[in-house]
Write a protein that binds this ligand. Structure first.
Ligand SMILES: *[C@@H]1O[C@H](CO)[C@@H](O)[C@H](O)[C@H]1NC(C)=O
Ligand SMILES: *[C@@H]1O[C@H](CO)[C@@H](O)[C@H](O)[C@H]1NC(C)=O
Ligand SMILES: *[C@@H]1O[C@H](CO)[C@@H](O)[C@H](O)[C@H]1NC(C)=O
Ligand SMILES: *[C@@H]1O[C@H](CO)[C@@H](O)[C@H](O)[C@H]1NC(C)=O
Ligand SMILES: *[C@@H]1O[C@H](CO)[C@@H](O)[C@H](O)[C@H]1NC(C)=O
Ligand SMILES: *[C@@H]1O[C@H](CO)[C@@H](O)[C@H](O)[C@H]1NC(C)=O
Ligand SMILES: *[C@@H]1O[C@H](CO)[C@@H](O)[C@H](O)[C@H]1NC(C)=O
Ligand SMILES: *[C@@H]1O[C@H](CO)[C@@H](O)[C@H](O)[C@H]1NC(C)=O
Length: 833
């Protein structure tokens, strides 16, 4: 079959067009990494959170508030920065008058305590002497009207004072116990807090190492993707060259078919024209015989109505003369043995080779890719040193050591504090018990006394109850005098310590003055300089750090590490990338084995091109083809003769005519019809060749040019696509590395070493010292002090009240009871105290 030349030309044009636009097709942007290709890194930063301790709200909070209020009245001076600075740096040069001026409130309190300390024993002694002389605390001299009223007032006052004492002593007991219970856990919290602070800095190197190690994630991903890069490059080359190659192969195939068809037609043309000549040679004498016979027959006189047939018989001769057709021998001669090649199987083979390009590329790049893998497996140098170069790295051990030292040193100190606290607790318990004893004495005395008074009207009743009531009161008074001194000493010493802790430390801590003090350069001795301890170039503000840490900042921000540490320098993997790129550029894919056209096929095409097929004079053929084989219509003539033979009167003539008719019919069947069929065949071949030959020439040269061009350009294009592809590949793989970089940047600057434990530790420290220890401590001395000062009215009212409890009636007779002195031990024991 013949391919339409127009279609072929169109295909050719299309193919060339595709070839010309091919390099541009490679410019399609590289595919970016999708969200599914995000690497998932394991968080390297430990979540460190030190929950700051808090004191649960309790019923004693209002008491603590009151005590704090009291202390702020006692200490009106602001935070003594200068004094503390001197104290910390040169303890020897602290001036006493400065301390006294600062502690003025406490000095006043000390004076009051001193007065109390002097007054109570003195008063006790005086009272004792007076009691010895029976001048005081004795009986009521005589009954008078207002006595009951006075007595009731005194009893009420004593009762009230006792109740106040009772409340005070109960709270003192409670706070003493509370304080004692807080001490243990608070002391334990100190090493705990220090430990968590140690982790704050000392674990940073480990975390950085973990960050650096995760470089293996992008590495592994890249190694994995390297496995498929050969075949993916092959695929890219295949898909980008596909249309061009298929078009070219298709045009080669169709040209091969056209060649076959043309050669077949040409051979047919030769064979048919030779056959026609032979047929014609056989036909000519036969025709001549029939013509001669008919002419003589039809011209005979008896032939009736033979004029028409005679005319026709005149033209009974050959029409076309096929010996006149142009010779195609020279063309056929040049096309001898064509086609040599099997175009179909050749194109199939080339196509298969081309379609196997991905596999071929994978095979060809295998060695280079294993080289590349070696390069990828290396770790960039900057990352290796990332952890070690971190400013805190060096400081980590120092920091750890310093904290450990603090921990070590604080341990005996804390133990000591705890043992002192135990003594304080015991003293507190004892003294509280004494006050409680006074309260009990007062209450017993009051009860017995009132009972005695109510039973006074009963004559059978002895006065023992009233008497013993009075004695109980006197015992209470005695205890009060006796223990006033230890009480005031304990109270003042705990007050001095606790009060100063509250006013000097807790208040300034809460208000932030303490941080300001620490932050002011020169205030702390150089050994306590945190900036130096952490090896920072800048001085670190504790207040700022505290506030930042509290908001969840990381050490990176707090210590402003970006000034002393260039993270980007460590994340610079350009050396690594350049090496990768160099290795990638060594990748090669060979497409030289793509031939498109075998030499035999090329020879075939060239033979056809130079065969002169187009120069055959086809109109020469057509001129003969258009002529009839025989000039008259033999079949019609035969029928006419048949008809004439029937109408002839002369039977002999009729019979002869009939014979002629039969002879002509036979000639038509045997010679003319085959000849006509051959002419039709020749017509087809000539038509086909005449229409295809003029284009075939240009088609062949087009395809040959194109194939030559393709063969030359294919390696260049393949290399170009390979470069583009490997560049895209590199870009993609760099995407994984940039993901890692971004993660490192975020991890290091936003997550590693959250310094919340620092603020947590500072808050905990304040809560432990102030809320857990100082508050109950202060509440304890406050309550006890309150009891101590209420002992004075208690003593006064007890002495006054006791008078009214003693019997009045036996005023003259009873002398023995006059001996009822407070410190008359036998009597006291006889009272079964
Ligand atoms: C691919 O090659 C084209 C043509 O040279 C170029 O314009 C394009 O930028 C290349 N693409 C890549 C990803 O390099
Ligand atoms: C080559 O092979 C491809 C894929 O098998 C097919 O689509 C194409 O038609 C073939 N081309 C030719 C010219 O045989
Ligand atoms: C042309 O056809 C005849 C008859 O088939 C053959 O003998 C002759 O060799 C052919 N000519 C050529 C050049 O092949
Ligand atoms: C700590 O030392 C640095 C010098 O090493 C100094 O600049 C800074 O002021 C000091 N900080 C304090 C709080 O003394
Ligand atoms: C750091 O030290 C300088 C002087 O050494 C001082 O002016 C500055 O206020 C200090 N900054 C902090 C935050 O302590
Ligand atoms: C470090 O960070 C601070 C705050 O983001 C910025 O002001 C400063 O310029 C940075 N220093 C460097 C060296 O980048
Ligand atoms: C030859 O073929 C053409 C087209 O097929 C046709 O038009 C013409 O009549 C044919 N000539 C003869 C003599 O058969
Ligand atoms: C018939 O015609 C032939 C010549 O063809 C002639 O010899 C013969 O005499 C004719 N017969 C008659 C009866 O006329």
């Amino acid at each position: 079959m013949v391919r339409s030349p127009d279609l072929l030309a169109a295909l050719l044009g299309l193919g060339l067009g595709a070839v010309l636009t091919l390099p541009g097709a490679g410019a399609a942007g590289c595919r970016a990494l999708g969200p599914a290709e995000r690497l998932v890194f394991a968080p390297a930063a430990k979540a460190r959170w030190l929950a700051p301790r808090v004191r649960a709200p309790g019923p004693l909070d209002s008491l603590y508030g009151t005590v704090r209020g009291f202390l702020s009245v006692v200490q009106l001076n602001p935070f003594p920065a200068e004094l503390i600075k001197t104290l910390l740096n040169e303890p020897a040069s602290v001036k006493v008058d400065e301390v006294v001026r600062y502690q003025a409130g406490y000095v006043v309190c000390a004076v009051i305590a001193g007065l109390y300390l002097l007054a109570m024993p003195t008063a006790g002694l005086c009272f004792c002497c007076l009691r010895c002389r029976r001048r005081c605390g004795g009986r009521v001299k005589m009954e008078h009207k207002a006595m009951a009223c006075e007595r009731a007032v005194l009893v009420t006052f004593l009762l009230l004072t006792t109740l106040v004492l009772l409340i005070g002593v109960v709270t003192a007991f409670v706070t003493n116990q509370h304080m004692h219970e807080q001490m243990g856990p608070s002391a334990e919290a100190v090493p705990e807090t220090l430990l968590s602070l140690r982790g704050l800095v000392s674990e940073v190197p480990l975390e950085l190492q973990a960050v650096a190690e995760q470089f293996s994630l992008p590495q592994e991903q890249v190694l994995k993707e390297l496995n498929g890069v050969g075949s993916s490059i092959g695929k890219a080359i295949h898909s980008q060259l596909k249309s061009t190659m298929y078009e070219a192969l298709a045009s080669v195939l169709s040209l091969g078919q056209a060649l076959q068809v043309s050669v077949d037609h040409l051979r047919g043309l030769n064979a048919t024209s030779v056959e026609l000549q032979e047929g014609q040679e056989a036909l000519a004498p036969a025709l001549h015989g029939h013509r001669q016979r008919l002419l003589s027959l039809l011209q005979e006189p008896p032939c009736q109505g033979c004029a028409g047939a005679l005319d026709k018989s005149h033209t009974l001769e050959l029409g076309a003369d096929f010996s006149q057709v142009p010779s195609v021998d020279h063309v056929l001669h040049r096309l001898k043995g064509v086609p040599e090649a099997n175009f179909y199987s050749m194109v199939l083979e080339e196509n298969t080779t081309f379609n196997a390009l991905p596999i071929l590329a994978a095979l060809q790049t295998a060695d280079m890719i294993s080289e590349l893998k070696k390069v990828v497996a290396e770790q960039p140098r900057g990352l290796n040193t990332m952890g070690e170069a971190f400013p805190v790295w060096e400081a980590a051990s120092r920091w750890s050591q310093a904290l450990e030292e603090v921990e070590e040193r604080s341990r005996p100190f804390l133990e000591e504090v705890q043992s002192y606290e135990r003594y304080r607790w015991i003293a507190g318990c004892v003294l509280c018990s004494v006050v409680l004893l006074v309260v009990v004495c007062n209450l017993l005395g009051l009860n017995l006394g009132i009972w005695g008074l109510s039973a006074r009207e009963d004559p059978s009743h002895s006065e023992a109850k009233g008497e013993s009531g009075a004695r109980f009161l006197m015992v209470g008074v005695g205890f009060s005098f006796l223990f006033a001194v230890p009480l005031i000493i304990l109270i003042f010493s705990t007050f001095l310590v606790g009060g100063n802790v509250q006013t000097l430390v807790c208040q300034s801590w809460e208000s932030g003055e303490l941080y300001e003090f620490v932050d002011t350069p020169g205030n702390l001795p150089p050994s306590m300089n945190l900036s130096q301890l952490l090896g920072l170039k800048k001085n670190l503000s504790i207040l700022l750090a505290y506030e930042q840490c509290k908001q969840g900042a990381v050490l990176w921000t707090v210590l402003q590490l970006n000034d002393s540490y260039d993270l980007e320098k460590h994340l610079d993997i350009s050396q690594y990338t350049i090496k990768l790129q160099q290795e990638l550029q060594k990748l090669k894919v060979d497409v030289k084995n793509l031939d498109l056209l075998s030499p035999a096929a090329r020879r075939d095409l060239e033979a056809l091109q130079s065969s002169g097929l187009e120069s055959i004079h086809y109109p020469g053929f057509l001129a003969e083809i258009q002529k009839p084989v025989v000039n008259s219509d033999v079949e019609k003539l035969a029928q006419e003769l048949e008809g004439l033979s029937q109408t002839q009167g002369n039977a002999t003539l009729g019979q002869k005519l009939q014979e002629e008719a039969r002879g002509l019919q036979h000639l038509h069947q045997e010679k003319i019809l085959p000849q006509q069929n051959l002419v039709a065949k020749l017509n087809r071949s000539v038509q086909a060749l005449a229409s295809s030959a003029p284009h075939l020439q240009s088609e062949i040269s087009g395809v040959l040019d194109r194939v030559t061009h393709l063969k030359e350009e294919l390696p260049t294009w393949a290399t170009h696509i390979l470069r583009n592809e490997s560049e895209c590949f590199l870009k993609r793989e760099m995407g994984y590395f940039s993901q890692y970089m971004a993660w490192v940047r975020e991890e290091v600057t936003q997550r590693i070493a959250t310094c919340q434990p620092l603020s947590g530790a500072l808050d905990s420290g304040r809560v432990i010292l102030c809320d857990m220890v100082a508050d109950p401590w202060n509440a304890f001395w406050f309550c006890l002090g309150w009891c101590t000062f209420f002992l004075i009215p208690s003593i006064v009212f007890a002495i006054k009240t006791s008078k009214y409890f003693r019997p009045i009636r036996k005023r003259l007779s009873s002398t023995s009871s006059e001996e009822t002195q407070l410190f008359h031990i036998p009597r006291v024991t006889s009272l079964k105290l």
